[in-house]
Design a protein around this ligand. Structure first.
Ligand SMILES: [Fe+2]
Ligand SMILES: [Fe+2]
Length: 251
């Protein structure tokens, strides 16, 4: 399918977990995703251990992609303690890495942040007791604030949101219930209620559920690559999402 003039098409996938052995394995996938879409969205866990070497492999795999690529980092991109190197390597390769920032592509506003864990609804961890618990909860609040400030910057009628962690329990359903608190946080849903978007994309929950909604009805898509592969083995592992293209009105 070639991109049409009336819609903007997004190909979304997360959890590529690129390793040093991934060289050459993703080029054709990216080429086909870029053929099908106007924009590529990458929802974190771009690398497996967050090493510079892995980031360079991913940058090389993306080298021939001519459509804009927008990404957020995931927890795996932090594992080596140098997420800034992953970010810098990808930025140099032309990827727009969002960490509490917003950008506009093809008339669509995109807000992105990694997000964090902490649980959902009544199961959310509260900032109470030991300093370590308060620090953990504060990290979730910091990520929610990053997301909120990114969303607040969007001025376009059409808006989407990229995360790594899930803002709702609906798209982690399928994972063992014991690990739900490590897969996302309802605190990420709160900014989405104040600043609604057309769609949210996230990864991280490899065995979750493809689609659900926030309490205000915003569609949320879990695009973790292992989940896409398992759900639709006959398709390439990306989710194609379309929005009507806003007409450019001359001033
Ligand atoms: Fe992952
Ligand atoms: Fe993850």
């Amino acid at each position: 399918m070639a991109p049409t003039a009336s819609t903007v098409r997004f190909a979304a996938v997360g959890d590529l977990h690129v390793t040093k052995d991934s060289a050459g394995s993703l080029r054709s996938f990216f080429a086909q995703a870029a053929e099908a879409a106007d924009v590529l969205l990458l929802c974190g866990d771009l690398t497996d251990y967050g090493t510079a070497e892995e980031a360079h492999v991913l940058a090389d795999e993306l080298a021939l992609v001519k459509v804009p690529v927008v990404a957020v980092l995931g927890n795996h991109d932090y594992e080596s303690g140098t997420p800034e190197i992953v970010c810098e390597t990808l930025t140099k390769a032309g990827v727009r890495v969002l960490d509490g920032e917003a950008c506009e592509i093809e008339g669509v506003g995109i807000a992105g942040a990694k997000g964090f864990a902490g649980g959902f609804g009544r199961g959310s961890l509260g900032a109470w007791g030991e300093p370590a618990i308060k620090l953990f909860v504060q990290e979730a609040l910091n990520e929610a604030m990053k997301l909120e400030s990114a969303l607040a910057k969007l001025r376009t009628p059409r808006r989407i949101c990229l995360l790594h962690y899930s803002p709702i329990a609906g798209t982690v359903a399928g994972e063992p219930v014991e690990i739900f608190p490590f897969l996302g946080s309802s605190r990420l849903e709160e900014p989405l209620l104040r600043y609604p978007v057309d769609a949210v994309f996230h990864g991280h929950a490899h065995r979750g559920t493809l689609e659900s909604r926030t309490v205000n009805g915003v569609p949320v898509y879990n695009v973790a690559r292992p989940l896409l592969l398992r759900s639709h083995p006959e398709r390439l592992p990306f989710l194609l999402f379309e929005l009507p293209r806003e007409e450019m009105v001359p001033a």
